[in-house]
Write a protein that binds this ligand. Sequence first.
Ligand code: PA5
Length: 430
Amino acid sequence: MKMKVNIKHVKDFVNLKEHGLQDKITKIHNMLHSDIKPSDFLGWFDLPNQTNMEEINAIMKVADRIKNNSQVLVVIGIGGSYAGSKAGIEFLDKPFEKNGVEILYAGHNISGRYLKYLIDYLSDKDFSVNVISKSGTTTEPAIAFRILKKILVEKYGKNHKERIIATTDAKRGSLYTLAKNEGYDMFVIPDDVGGRFSVLTPVGLLPFAVKGYNILDMIEGAREIYNNSLNPDITKNDVYLYAAIRYLLYKSGKKIEMLVNYDPNLIFIAEWWKQLFGESEGKDLKGLFVASANFTTDLHSLGQYIQDGERHLFETVLKINKIDEDVIIEKEENDLDDLNYLAGKSLKYVNDKALEGTMLAHVSGNVPNILIELEDISEKTFGKMIYFFELACAMSAYLIDVDPFNQPGVETYKKNMFALLGKKGYENIL
Ligand code: PA5
C-alpha cells in the first residue's frame, strides 16, 4: 500500500493530455533538480536526503531532558513555525491519551485571555519552552516569549535556562542574539528553508521527539516521496499529477479547493496545508483559495453549499486506509433504532461508505473530487504527506507563475498594526 492519488472522480473534468502541460511540468521539474536553483529557498527540496545525524542526536538529547524535567512543553511560534508541529502531533496522537509531555502552543495569536489561562494552567506544572522564529523578529511569538520567560525565571531562578530552547536562524535576528547572549540551547532553521516548508527541520522535529515520535521514520517517508517523484511524467508521478489536476481545474474556473477529511486527526493537517498553499500560491492576483471541511460533521453544514451552491469549487479528499482501532456495531433484538442492517459492520466500513457516497453525490453536483489515499496513521505516512504537499505546492505555484517562497502580502497588516501601536519608524504609515 502506498500514498496514492485516485483520479476516478476527477478525470472527466480535466484533460490531462492538454497541449503543453507535461512539457511545462517537465521544465519545472528539471529546474527544481538542476544545480542552478530558481530560488534561494529550495533547501527543503533535498532535505530528506541530507539527514544530519549530529543534529538528530542533539534533538534527541534535548528531548530526553525535557521529558525528564517537564510535564508541559510550550511551543511558541506562528505560521510555519507552528502549524507543522501541531499538525504532526494531532495526526499521530491517540485521542484522549494523556501519556508523556503535553505540548501546548503560544505566540500563534495575541489573545490575552488565551495566554492568561495558559499561564494559570502552567502555574502548578513543570514546563519548558521551545521558542521558534526563523526571522527572530515576529511580534506574536516575541510577546509570548517575553512573558513566559519571566515566569520561568521566577519559577526556576538561574536554572531556567535549561528550560528554554530557541529554534531560529544560524546568525541573525533578535531571537538569535537573545539566545546567544543568554546561552540557551539553540537549533538552526536553515537559511534556504522557508517557514512553511520547515516541518522536517528542528522546527517540527524537536516537538515530535519530545512527544516520543520517531523522527527518522518521518524523514524516511519524505525520502520515499522524493524518490517516487524523480520521473516528471504525470502518469507515473502522483505529486505532479495532483498539481496538474488542481492547475487544470483552476484554469477551468474552479477557484476554491477544499481539503476534506473523514478522521479528526487530520483536522490540523488541513490547517497546515492551508497555510502552505495559501501563503505560497495566493499572490499577484492569482491562486486557488484553499479551505477545508471535516466530514461527516460538515456534511451537516457546509455539505449543503458544496452540493448545491455556486459551482466554483472542487474537493481533495484525504482517506486513511488502515486504522489501528475500530468499533463494531452489534445486533440488538428489538432493533428500535433501525440499525440492525449495520450489525457486524465496523465504523470504518460505515465511514468509508459515507466517503464513497459523498464523492458520488458531489461529483454529480459538478464538484470534481481528487482522492488521496494514505496508508495508515504513522510517522512515515506523516513524512510522506508533508513532502508530497510541499513538492506539489512548489510545482503548483510555478505552474501559475508565482514565486512559492515569498509572502509580500503578509507585511500590510503588520505595518498598520505597528503604526497603530506607535512603533518607531511606522509613524507615517496610516
Ligand atoms: O511560511 C512562512 O514563512 C511564515 O508563515 C512564517 O513561518 C511566519 O510568518 C513566522 O515567521 P518566523 O518564523 O520568522 O517568526
